[in-house]
Design a protein around this ligand. Structure first.
Ligand SMILES: [Zn+2]
Length: 257
């Protein structure tokens, strides 16, 4: 493990454009369980009934009831963990240029990351379906469902429902970032779902070192990743950052704040 941490720290110290691809695994330590898999939300409720845009348009109050019960409290109170914070720190050091995430919890931004590309939008914000006005989810009045904007329009979560497209801008920007990076950190995701699945492949084809941080090997491990650091995202990324600090490297630009 220690040797792999050193290898990651070395690659990052040399890197001019690192991109991180993150998924549900990075937020588990913040108390947010993954949607998919055992104990996940999609095991409890049918996403086609409660997370599809048609269902929302048909009966926004019903979908909101489920969202408030299953998600809102969790996301309102969740705080970034060491993994989110380490990625924000890498950006500050001039090593990391962007985070591509499949998560909707807004924790990368909460940790201080500035360039976050969100494939599935964000549940930390709501958007008015009439005037496009935005409101923080934790500020929303959910005494009456669905929550409404001051213009009278219905608020929807600013995330991508089933049946909706990935925002085209997010897709284009992530492809560009993946093709230009020299190191890609794949953190807390097996990247099985498109379009995330493409990103490590694009990075690899562009000559980048792909470093995977996951508790268990994934299909990426043998086919795409240069190496896997098997462990939880928080402790692993903290150790990597510590090692970079100890080696006295401030990233490619040589300037740290
Ligand atoms: Zn409005």
């Amino acid at each position: 493990m220690e040797e792999l941490i050193n290898r990651a720290a070395e690659a990052l110290s040399r890197s001019q454009h690192t991109v991180a691809l993150t998924g549900a695994g990075i937020s588990i330590e913040s108390g947010i369980p993954p949607f998919r898999g055992k104990g996940g939300l999609w095991e409890k409720i049918d996403p086609m009934t409660f997370a599809h845009i048609d269902a929302f348009k048909r009966d926004p109050a019903l979908v909101w009831e489920v969202l408030v019960k299953e998600m809102k409290g969790m996301i309102d109170t969740a705080r970034p963990n060491d993994a989110h914070i380490s990625l924000a720190r890498l950006e500050e050091m001039g090593i990391l240029s962007a985070v591509i995430t499949q998560n909707v919890d807004g924790l990368h931004q909460a940790a201080g990351s500035r360039d976050v590309i969100e494939f599935h939008g964000n549940f930390a914000w709501l958007r008015c379906m009439s005037c496009d006005g935005r409101c923080e989810t934790r500020e929303a009045d959910v005494a009456q469902l669905p929550p409404r904007c001051s213009c009278g329009g219905i608020y929807r979560p600013d995330c991508v429902f089933f049946g909706e497209m990935i925002p085209p801008g997010a897709l284009t920007r992530s492809q560009l970032a993946a093709s230009q990076c020299d190191v890609m950190l794949v953190v807390g995701t097996s990247a099985l779902v498109q379009p995330a699945a493409f990103m490590p492949i694009i990075a690899k084809e562009g000559g980048a070192t792909v470093i995977e941080i996951n508790p268990e090997p994934t299909p990426l491990t043998s086919s795409v990743s240069d190496f896997l650091i098997a462990g939880s995202a928080g402790p692993v990324l903290s150790s990597v950052l510590e090692t970079i600090g100890a080696n006295g490297s401030g990233g490619a630009s040589g300037s740290t704040r």
